[in-house]
Design a protein around this ligand. Sequence first.
Ligand SMILES: Nc1nc2c(c(=O)[nH]1)N[C@H]1C(S)=C(S)[C@@H](COP(=O)(O)OP(=O)(O)OC[C@H]3O[C@@H](n4cnc5c(=O)[nH]c(N)nc54)[C@H](O)[C@@H]3O)O[C@H]1N2
Ligand SMILES: Nc1nc2c(c(=O)[nH]1)N[C@H]1C(S)=C(S)[C@@H](COP(=O)(O)OP(=O)(O)OC[C@H]3O[C@@H](n4cnc5c(=O)[nH]c(N)nc54)[C@H](O)[C@@H]3O)O[C@H]1N2
Ligand code: SF4
Ligand SMILES: [Mo]
Length: 886
Amino acid sequence: MADKVPLLAQSTCAYCGVGCGVDIQLENGQAKAIKGSEDHPANFGRLCVKGSHLLDTIDLSGRLLTPQIDNTPCDWPTAVDHVADKLARTIEQYGPESVAFYVSGQLLTEDYYVANKLMKGYLGSANIDTNSRLCMSSAVASYTMALGEDVVPCDYQDLEQTDLLIMVGSNAAWTHPVLYQRIERAKQLNPDFKIVVIDPRRTFTSDIADHFLQIKPGSDAAFFNGLLCYLANNDGLDQQFLLRHTDDAEAAITAASEWTIDKVASYCQVPADSLTDIYKTFCQVDKAVTFYSMGINQSSSGVEKCLAIINCHLASGKIGKPGSGPFSITGQPNAMGGREVGGMANQLTAHLSLTDSAHTAAVQSFWQSPTIASKPGAKAVDLFQKMANGEIKFVWIMATNPMVSLPNRALVEQALSRCETVVVSDCNEHTDTMDFATVKLPATSWLEKDGTVTNAQRTISRQRGVHSPAGAAKHDWQIVSDVAQKMGFSGFDYQSPHQVFVEYAQLTGVAQQFNRVLDLSPLASLSTSQYQTMKPVQWPLNGQRPFANGKFSTSNGKAKLFAITPKAPVQQTTQALPFVLNSGRVRDQWHTMTRTGKADKLGLHQTQPEVMMHPFDAEQKGLSQGELVRVSNDLGHVIAPLNVSNTVRVGELFMAIHWNQQFASHANVSQLYQDVVDPISGQPESKHAPVAISAHPFAYYGTIQSKQTLEVQADYFVKSIGQASFQTNIAFETAPQDIFAWCKESTQLTGEWLSQSSENGTYIVCLQNQQLVFIGYFANAPIALHRDWINSLFAQNLLSLENLHLLLHGQISEEFNLGRQVCSCFNVREKTIIEAVKTGCNSVDKLGEKLKCGTNCGSCKAELGGIIKEHAPTFVIKDITSPETA
Ligand SMILES: Nc1nc2c(c(=O)[nH]1)N[C@H]1C(S)=C(S)[C@@H](COP(=O)(O)OP(=O)(O)OC[C@H]3O[C@@H](n4cnc5c(=O)[nH]c(N)nc54)[C@H](O)[C@@H]3O)O[C@H]1N2
Ligand SMILES: Nc1nc2c(c(=O)[nH]1)N[C@H]1C(S)=C(S)[C@@H](COP(=O)(O)OP(=O)(O)OC[C@H]3O[C@@H](n4cnc5c(=O)[nH]c(N)nc54)[C@H](O)[C@@H]3O)O[C@H]1N2
Ligand code: SF4
Ligand SMILES: [Mo]
């Protein structure tokens, strides 16, 4: 420990793969304020809305603070003993394939490395898989097949330096906001920079596109086959590059040759003239990047889609040079680190192969381990199937919430119920998965954790432990090491993440005998203090661009093209299930909401889950905006309010993945996807499920806002958190006989209860010492309270008689009638913005000057642009003259 208490700590954002650096201001060792690190190469000072609100998510509410066995708290030695014993006994009785770890791209590299080492080198199985299987395993498989190694051959600057950017299956405006802002700025500085966005949904990302293709879902491989065909027919091939540096181009080009523009246009349901224009641009420009994400990867033919993209870059020689390449963007903060240490069931550490005996021998001898896995283990979906059928009897889940995120929740539930030992390491006491744990282990959380993460452009940054661990929480690498040592294994007596890191870095040096691009061996000599103060560093450490010399990581040094036949999604619609269900992310929530769900400001952008449907379909089905609908298939159903929107295609629905069962009774969308996976990568087809939709009327509806969070019994609920109160929307299949009595009984609140009924419904209020602690509004139809106004009343110590009167009569005070919050940083609302637009603020900059909106994290800028488009008196697209907009 230093003598002087530092005033500033530098760390990395806990969320997405952009990997922004954050500067944390400290007061007495406690985090007080956060801002983007000016000198971090990912963000140069910027942060998006999630990053800006990180400090709102670190309080101890909901944290798991002690280990528990069968829901009974215990001390660490007891818990470690128990886990070690269960592991050893299960292996003794049923063999090493009967145990499994299911880990996460949200672990730090050090955690990930140790968990892998234990499973693959000591337990002797490769049954360790990760949630990255659901995320980018198709990208990994395709890079390995085509380039010989899982190396993302691009970096963020390429996105700024390219002539043509094709963003496909990515909603980066919401999912990689800081990168999106960098792209937006590059476009403003260089109007010749062309951007294409391909997505079945019109998203905010498409706002910067020169061409937006609202593609038929699942048809992307045809688009890229069409591009390859065009390149071949229009002198777009780099013949020299193909000859010198690739194999099998001919087969790929032949397979693509039938994909004429007309055929692609009709298969993908996009305009032929747009295709001609895009293909021609790709052909003519020097530099092009294809930037792809879950709309490509989460598919039963995701590997082939990725290969179809890589084919085009190899064929045109647009790879291994600035501003060019197939850029798979990673989602999680350390998805890349996981790939480096071989976090998946079919990988070995340091980009080596499980099925190459020279590789496994090198790793085993480095580890001096008793054994080494020599065949791939079970991939995520497989792993849960094996738990469900009894083959896997011990599972250790770390830093992921499979009950919410895996497809086919019923199967996951069956698996976790049947599995004899379910160990879950998590920061939170209650998650949908925790409920199935026989052993709960408290893990440290962001700001407590200490180690490294690798972002989407291969930059390794430090996440620094600023706060001491909450309660008895331990670091994931420590917990795994403790168990390994208890099992009698040497090689796990790490005292710090630094020791783990240098060992791993050394191993990447050993792997150099197999010519890997990944080589961190120069970092193996870092001293403890050098590791403590380590600055972001990108690999290859020699500063060279991967594959710049045209030499790939395959055995003959040549990249490989693949013949691709586009395949339709496996989960097809039927007469009974006529709609395609698409799923993805919203701007201000992260995954299963265990973290972002705590931040009131992040809840304001979208307060409830919703089902998006095209107006044509809504009319056909007689469904209207805001009404509760049921979306169902053989696997289950969800219920959520309908959002009628022409951003989705006719025949398609969209729902966000975030709301878990702590927040909503019926919103877990992943359950509606079958466990259909890509045959090579094992990645689930999580964007394309057939469903039916119908109205789901309840007999009685209520909206409650309360000072404390409440557990009320209702047939449907959605909870959200406000600045001074909690909101719960509920509904009943049968109305309670006496709603006033129901409120008192189910809340157990004592105080002054008041009620006022009219033909529109009943308002019920509870005051304690004249302070508002509860308000409920109940009626026969779905209803809303003005949450922000009521929030403001909860924040007051005394409720005035005037406001009480307004409350009981369902009225609100004038100033609060300002619409949805668009800018979460400065609390700027929609109506205020529309007003400003109408009175002359016709650019995002001008709005920023007047209202400050969009001037902090910038996440709302795309939406501000949308409001301007819709409401500006004269049609102004965007102020592209000002450099300040970034
Ligand atoms: N706010 C926020 N940001 C996040 C996350 C988060 O939870 N919240 N999670 C992070 C993680 S782990 C990940 S993996 C990334 C994901 O980042 P993205 O992949 O950008 O996010 P998604 O919303 O899952 O899906 C992207 C788009 O794919 C489209 N799509 C669906 N089917 C198809 C198709 O057949 N073809 C094409 N071309 N597009 C299709 C969807 O309509 C959607 O708009 O986001 C990261 N960033
Ligand atoms: N239908 C559908 N399904 C999807 C997707 C989709 O687009 N559509 N997207 C998929 C994708 S890309 C992803 S990445 C997954 C994400 O899905 P998950 O990984 O299941 O989601 P998270 O909410 O991030 O879960 C992380 C858990 O780890 C805990 N945690 C956080 N930090 C730590 C830590 O340091 N240590 C420990 N031990 N625990 C920690 C959190 O409290 C939380 O419970 O969902 C996938 N599922
Ligand atoms: S873009 Fe946002 S969520 Fe992603 S790392 Fe940066 S601040 Fe965090
Ligand atoms: Mo992901």
